[in-house]
Design a protein around this ligand. Structure first.
Ligand code: ADP
Ligand code: MG
Length: 478
């Protein structure tokens, strides 16, 4: 049942939203929580899409990118049927949204080429005006980006694309795990490029692209949508992995991509994995993503982490002694976002305790729950394995638990069962229970099957190891 935006009836019960906020609160530092989460307001529920209002588009974008998946997972684990949460700026929420697949299903069966021509033949574009993604953050610049061995190539490619858009590498595809600086680098490209006269830049996440596309279908305004994205000099789409499984959006993006590419306009994409590993993505898109340059960003090493944290402290005018920077960089590995969260907490506490200069003892004390000691490593349970595998393969937890034999569900389900057995130390019947009431012999059989397959199929073995590695990274970074 559809509820209008801005209706007086809250789309969720207040207590459910509070529980969701508490779930997120445990996963982020307090100042970030107060800044980003407290102002959020659920404003509408349409089918299984929850619309949440943020004070402005930058906040909406930030929360979508950083906590969208967690908030959806929290709702689902609390029993809600919400399949997707969409964050919109307060004054932008006058439209309507619905889930992927809305719109004209009865498309002509045309060839790829015909389809492309058909969709390009949209009404004439409105007068050219400079455009820049409204969520470009000026602090994400090349000047503030620390170059290390982990990101040297990605940085060089991004700089080169900013200097010669549309000619250097097109598209530029940057991938790497969460918190390694992909968004920062993409925004640096956007900020650099938009200083040119009459140069039109749009930066957005693939989820926002999807939402705007759906919106345009509903308001029968696809030509405006097309013009917005095809009359550009630079299109930056962050976290492209989220269009996996969204067929209509992929088709639309395919045409947008072709149009821009044909006119030598620059496209930059980021993802948490290389093009070939993107799930439920059309082959023709995967192949286009590989046309230009595909570069990865690895987690930064100790020296780079130190340089990053020192730079962040300088930007916040906070005096950070070398040994404290070392203490933070040494103890918080991998995800720079967590490192930054630790610094924010340290700065807040230094202010609270009137400390002009922080030392290692003070830092360790303040950050003890964040620092990685053996005692505070998070406990792995079946729900978190399910949540994580579901997110990795872009499928719902209910599908992971269910019995549908579709190949795209069977493999993730088998891997989730195998990892639950391997990582959580729970019994076969408990795992069976958590996977929709399966018999313990089914669980045992599945685990053996996965082990055999890993022995005989090196690609499969690597896939399982990749899932495991990302899961561990995620755990260490939370
Ligand atoms: P991702 O998009 O890969 O998840 P982000 O770009 O959001 O990661 O980076 C997370 C935080 O870490 C941002 O505040 C970003 O400025 C910072 N960061 C990551 N790498 C670097 C770097 N090399 N130099 C400076 N800041 C960095
Ligand atoms: Mg990002």
């Amino acid at each position: 049942m559809e509820k209008p935006l801005n209706s007086n009836n809250p789309p969720l019960s207040g207590s459910l939203w509070l529980k969701v906020l508490n779930f997120v609160k445990d996963r982020m530092d307090h100042s970030n929580y107060n800044l980003w989460m407290e102002p959020l307001k659920p404003s509408a529920l349409q089918d299984d899409v929850l619309v949440v209002e943020a004070p402005d588009s930058f906040s909406a974008n930030w929360v979508q990118n950083h906590y969208g998946a967690e908030i959806t997972a929290a709702l689902q684990s609390l029993g809600s049927a919400v399949s997707r949460v969409v964050f919109v700026a307060k004054d932008a929420s006058a439209g309507t949204l619905t889930k992927e697949g809305a719109g004209d299903k009865a498309r002509d069966k045309t060839t790829e080429q015909d389809e492309h021509k058909k969709s390009v033949a949209a009404p004439p574009a409105p007068p050219r005006k400079p455009r820049s993604g409204n969520s470009l953050n000026p602090l994400y610049s090349f000047d503030n980006f620390i170059i290390g061995e982990n990101n040297r190539l990605a940085h060089a490619a991004a700089l080169s694309v900013s200097q010669s858009p549309g000619t250097a590498y097109n598209p530029l595809f940057i991938y790497g795990q969460v918190g390694v600086g992909k968004t920062h680098l993409m925004q640096a490209v956007g900020n650099f490029a938009k200083t040119r006269d009459d140069f039109r830049v749009v930066y957005l996440s693939s989820e926002q692209f999807l939402n705007e596309f759906i919106d345009s279908l509903l308001s029968k305004n696809t030509s405006t949508f097309r013009n917005r994205f095809r009359d550009l000099d630079l299109l930056l789409i962050d976290d492209i992995q989220f269009i996996g499984g969204k067929e209509e959006t992929q088709r639309e993006f395919f045409h947008t991509f072709n149009t821009l590419h044909d006119y030598h306009k620059q496209v930059v994409l980021s993802s948490d994995r290389p093009p070939k590993e993107l799930k439920n993505l059309e082959r023709r898109l995967v192949s286009r993503f590989e046309w230009g340059l595909v570069v990865d960003i690895q987690p930064p090493d100790l020296e780079t982490r130190m340089a990053i944290i020192e730079n962040k402290a300088r930007m916040k005018n906070f005096s950070l002694p070398k040994e404290v920077a070392f203490c933070l960089a040494e103890k918080i590995e991998g995800n720079v976002r967590s490192l930054e969260g630790a610094l924010t907490k340290l700065i807040a506490c230094a202010g609270l305790y009137n400390k002009n200069e922080v030392d290692v003892a003070f830092t360790e004390n303040i950050l003890k729950d964040l620092l990685q000691t053996e005692n505070n490593k998070p406990k792995i349970d079946i729900a978190s394995v399910q949540e994580w595998v579901g997110r990795y393969y872009n499928i719902k937890i209910s599908e992971l638990k269910g019995d549908r034999r579709q190949q795209s569900l069977v493999l993730p389900r088998q891997i989730a069962i195998y990892l639950s057995r391997k990582l959580t130390g729970t019994s076969l019947p408990q795992i069976g229970e958590a996977f929709g009431g399966k018999n313990h012999t089914t669980i045992l059989y599945t685990c053996r099957k996965v082990e055999d397959k890993m022995k005989n199929d090196v690609n499969f073995k690597e896939e399982v190891e990749r899932v495991l590695l990302r899961f561990k990274n995620d755990l260490n970074n939370n």
